[in-house]
Unconditional design. Structure first.
Length: 132
């Protein structure tokens, strides 16, 4: 029961970040994403981001207060590394006007493709050695 409640909390977090960009109600979007997995990123007891995964497709919703301070190498290795091992590549998409998002996925090693971005190997070096 608690897992279902947490899943709903994670879904609400993501939907809140995308609701102005989609033509779905929360209930419709929840049905459309029923087979997605939601990976919460918690810092200092706060939900700061949620990584959503369906097959080899990944997306991220971030609390803007934590922008640039939420992603660690451990998260990258666990989520993206596991997907790479299973599927051989990971895909995502970034809004056409989202230059920050484009730089972010490129820094992680995603390369532009016809319909989005594709990752075939991990590339997450940060010259400071910390968060990406």
């Amino acid at each position: 029961r608690q897992v279902m409640q947490l899943d709903k909390e994670y879904r609400e977090f993501v939907y809140d970040k995308i609701k102005d960009e989609v033509d779905y109600t929360f209930e419709e979007w929840s049905e459309e994403t029923a087979d997605w997995t939601f990976h919460p990123i918690i810092q200092e007891d706060s939900l700061v981001a949620v990584v959503t995964v369906v097959n080899n497709e990944v997306h991220v919703a971030i609390d803007q207060e934590y922008k640039g301070r939420w992603l660690t190498k451990g998260v990258i290795n666990k989520i993206l590394g596991d997907l790479l091992k299973k599927y051989g590549s990971v895909i995502t998409c970034v809004g056409i006007d989202n230059e920050v998002g484009k730089r972010f996925v490129t820094r992680l090693g995603f390369e532009p493709e016809t319909t989005g971005y594709e990752l075939t190997k991990l590339n997450h070096k940060n010259k400071e050695g910390g968060l990406i």
